[in-house]
Design a protein around this ligand. Structure first.
Ligand SMILES: Nc1ncnc2c1ncn2[C@@H]1O[C@H](COP(=O)(O)OP(=O)(O)O)[C@@H](O)[C@H]1O
Ligand SMILES: O=C(CO)[C@@H](O)[C@H](O)COP(=O)(O)O
Length: 500
């Protein structure tokens, strides 16, 4: 029996997953790391920490494996998207990575529109200039830390840097490159035109592979440290949402997924590169060859719940925090939450907006707040679903993955708010499963990712929308949408009082 490993380099933790050729999970290990948030709007991590925690996790995975390590044939990756890692000419890290949920770059987004033009940017990259994407981060470093950009010889995305440390080879791949605003998404090549216009060297962009492309094998040092064989094949991998889609079997038109990790994503498969959403949702290359996906993003989805837990119930587990969630009536006894803890992306690209609890009452308990947080996150994701439906897409079944799919009541809330059937798979680790599938496909175990999905993914349970609940949520959703409108001006006024 042969084995493959998927490494999911998430925002809250790295998860390593081993599966066998029959698609059975053999073991999984997870190691957490923190966010560095020095100022309001800033979000960074140390790339060294990703490598250390992945090494520890793989070492543990191998130590617990009772087969022959030479049978672990392939490894691949799923990575948090957009994060900027800059390397000097000796391939040493020049500064902390600036992450996808860092919104310091509003000024640089405006510069991109002024220089490139909104229309051309959309034509080439299929996406608008958003604070979270990589190019605005490069321009921020150019403007505020010019001595660092001068020393940079290449930029990398988070999982690409990890792969480099494991193989000694520098690459990126299409699905993650799509989130940089430097890729010509339709042509699948770096856009020299955009590099020239914004004044960055195109040599900063790493060579590109397809997601299942072979990037190399493990370095002798990495193999020795983890106990893996040097001959283990390492495949490029994909953006976490592309991998989440692969791991959920979103490999054909008409399939949709909701992922609640640190961020929240509603994603839909696209067969072609030319559907027009006018930049309202992201349009990226899939990890499946020559395919695409569109998605809307809530910046602080699972993060809103983990912020709430860390602030008000630090010592407790999510299970204990959410005990009794299903006993609180729809609408959390009159409490509404908007999850704008770090600003928002879809449908409002707004770095200034912040979260609110509306309707606090002396009778509210902690569990009412927890229910309001969960409902607010779900309403926010529903705004992306609304965009898809308004564009003519039918969304009646959604695969739900990520940490948020661990709670049954939340899954029913998703069904009722989205007014769609929610399917939970046997593993909620969609991105890690997708990464493992890329290794399995890369190793030649299957003729296509779809054939692999038929073996590696299985439905566990499904949740149908309850008509009476759907009606109540429709009424609440209208109120929820009004909170953004009503609090936008207040947050602009409060901005100068934030941590800076
Ligand atoms: N038992 C649980 N019930 C509900 N939500 C949970 C539970 N465990 C974790 N979560 C949510 O899942 C999030 C982490 O999901 P995960 O997919 O691991 O994130 P990431 O890939 O961003 O690291 C947490 O922020 C938390 O909100
Ligand atoms: O910015 C995006 C997508 O555009 C995020 O979805 C990141 O890719 C981080 O994902 P998680 O850590 O929440 O899975």
């Amino acid at each position: 029996m042969k084995y493959a490993i998927g490494v999911d380099l998430g925002t809250s933790a790295v998860k390593v997953l081993m599966m066998n050729q029959k698609g059975e999970v053999v073991n999984e290990v997870s190691k957490a790391y923190p966010l560095i948030q020095e100022k309001s709007g800033y979000s960074e991590q140390e790339p060294r920490e990703w490598v250390e925690k992945t090494t520890e996790a793989l070492k543990e995975l191998v130590a617990q494996f009772d087969g022959d390590v030479a049978d672990i044939e392939g490894i691949s990756y799923s990575g948090q998207m957009h994060g900027l890692v800059l390397l000097d000419e000796n391939n040493e890290v020049l500064r902390n990575a600036i992450l996808w949920n860092d919104t310091r770059t509003t000024e640089q987004c405006k510069q991109i529109y002024d220089i490139v033009g909104e229309k051309k940017l959309l034509e080439i990259t299929k996406n608008p200039a958003l604070e979270g994407f990589t190019l605005p981060k490069i321009l921020w470093v150019k403007q505020y830390e010019p001595e660092i950009l001068e020393k940079a010889s290449v930029f990398m995305l988070p999982k690409d840097y990890l792969r480099y440390k494991m193989t000694g080879q520098i690459h990126s791949e299409y699905s993650d490159a799509a989130g940089t605003l430097l890729l010509n998404v339709g042509e699948q090549e770096w856009s020299k035109e955009i590099c020239d216009l914004v004044g960055i060297e195109s040599s900063l962009c790493p060579p590109l592979l397809p997601s299942h492309g072979l990037a190399g094998t493990l370095t002798p040092e990495f193999a020795a440290e983890t106990g893996l064989a040097e001959s283990t094949k390492v495949f490029a991998g994909g953006a976490d949402n592309a991998c989440g889609a692969i791991g959920s079997g979103i490999l054909q038109d008409g399939k949709s997924m909701c992922s609640i990790g640190t961020s929240g994503v509603v994603l839909s498969y696209e067969e072609t590169k030319d559907r027009d959403f006018d930049g309202k949702v992201h349009y990226f290359n899939h990890g499946q060859e020559d395919a695409f996906y569109t998605m809307g993003v809530t910046l602080a989805a699972g993060y809103s719940l983990s912020w709430f837990k860390d602030t008000f119930a630090k010592e407790e587990s999510f299970e204990s925090l959410l005990e009794g969630l299903g006993d609180v009536p729809i609408g959390a006894n009159g409490l509404l939450f908007t999850p704008y803890l770090v600003g928002e992306r879809t449908p409002y690209a707004d770095a200034v907006i912040r979260a609110s609890f509306i309707g606090m009452d002396g009778s509210h308990d902690r569990i009412d707040f927890a229910r309001a947080v969960i409902e607010g996150i779900t309403f926010s994701l529903n705004e992306s679903i609304e965009i898809f439906r308004e564009s003519g897409k039918t969304i009646d079944t959604i695969i739900s993955i990520g940490g948020g799919a661990k709670n049954e009541t939340w899954l029913q809330i998703q069904a009722d708010v989205f007014n769609a059937k929610i399917v939970k798979l046997s593993s909620e680790q969609g991105p890690a499963v997708g990464a493992t599938m890329l290794a399995a496909y890369g190793c030649g175990w299957f003729g296509s990712l779809q054939e692999c999905a038929d073996v590696f993914t299985a439905e566990d349970v499904s949740y149908e929308p309850i008509p009476e609940n759907v009606e109540k949520y429709k009424e609440l959703f209208k109120l929820y949408k009004d909170v953004y409108v009503q609090t936008k001006g207040l947050n602009e006024g409060l901005k100068k009082f934030r941590k800076s």
